[in-house]
Design a protein around this ligand. Structure first.
Ligand code: NAP
Length: 256
């Protein structure tokens, strides 16, 4: 690593970011100094190529200070589509400092014939939709905001997450499954059948790695309560890692 290496901040915390980090190191290790930033809430994060930093920056001010200190010259936001705060902060910071920012996001899921989707804006709306709909609910939204479902005292939840939370969840009756995607269709079908699932509650995260559950739900004829993506400020956006590599190559070219 020399001072000619261009510092690039990759906002991560997703499998997409980890995959992109590997591609970046493979293609640009002679040109960039890659640092992936994660929020630091997962107990055992997957190994990541390049440097890793963990924990919040301290709002926009903290992020600005970090970007100045590290002389970061490019930002790629490959966080989860629902990680709206860090994406907003990154967009503001890039504009303030004039640092190019690219958002790598997942292709939104499209409703298919046979889907029984109920689209809602928030977890609170999801709770209203679920109450009359089902008792055995498969939940893939993560554990934030679960207390909005705690009044559903007749409901039983199957909850899939990467690592078991330290504390009990604020739900009266649930079963935890620890698993990291991608998930295949056969597995999702089996899960719906084995746990006699009557409805799926999910976020409209998009992408391929976790889409099989929607096919399995369609096949099983069960409703899907789908929480819409938060809106983000405009930014250059791509959906494929190759496009992010091209974006970096173009910026590096201008710096020669
Ligand atoms: P968020 O609401 O956008 O972020 C809340 C705060 O956490 C941010 O303001 C920031 O703190 C810190 N933070 C988030 N991502 C960070 C990162 N990559 N590096 C450093 N600090 C970060 O995000 P969230 O929904 O809590 O998600 C946290 C992380 O989990 C993200 O990296 C996201 O990609 C991943 N994730 C989220 C979801 C989801 O459904 N939300 C699902 C899977 C993975 P400061 O203001 O102090 O900088």
């Amino acid at each position: 690593m020399t001072r000619d290496h261009v510092p690039l901040l990759l906002l991560g915390g997703t499998g997409d970011a980890n995959a992109l980090a590997r591609c970046l190191i493979n293609r640009f290790q002679d040109r960039i100094m890659l640092t992936t930033s994660i929020a630091g809430r997962t107990a055992e994060p997957a190994p990541i190529a390049g440097n890793l930093r963990s924990g919040g920056f301290g709002g926009v001010e903290g992020l600005l200070a970090y970007l100045r200190d590290t002389k970061t010259a490019m930002i790629i936001d490959a966080t989860h589509p629902f990680a709206a705060q860090i994406s907003r902060n990154a967009t503001i910071a890039s504009k303030v400092l004039g640092i190019p920012l690219l958002r790598l996001t997942r292709v939104p899921w499209q409703r298919q014939p046979g889907d029984r989707w109920i689209e809602v804006a928030t977890m609170t709306e999801a709770a209203v939709a679920l109450a009359p709909l089902a008792r055995r609910i498969w939940l893939t939204t993560g554990t934030n905001e679960l207390s909005t479902l705690s009044h559903l005292s007749d409901a039983w939840f199957l909850i899939r997450m990467i690592t078991r939370p330290q504390e009990a969840l604020p739900l009266s009756d649930y079963h935890l499954l620890e698993a990291r995607g991608p998930f295949d269709l056969a597995g999702e079908r089996a899960l719906i059948s084995r746990y006699r699932i009557e409805a799926l509650l999910t976020k409209a995260s998009g992408g391929r790695a976790t889409a099989a559950k929607l096919t399995a739900a369609r096949e099983a004829g069960i409703p899907v309560v789908m929480i819409a993506r938060p809106t983000l400020p405009d930014a250059a956006t791509v959906t494929e890692p190759e496009a992010a590599l091209d974006w970096i190559a173009r910026i590096l070219e201008t710096r020669r």
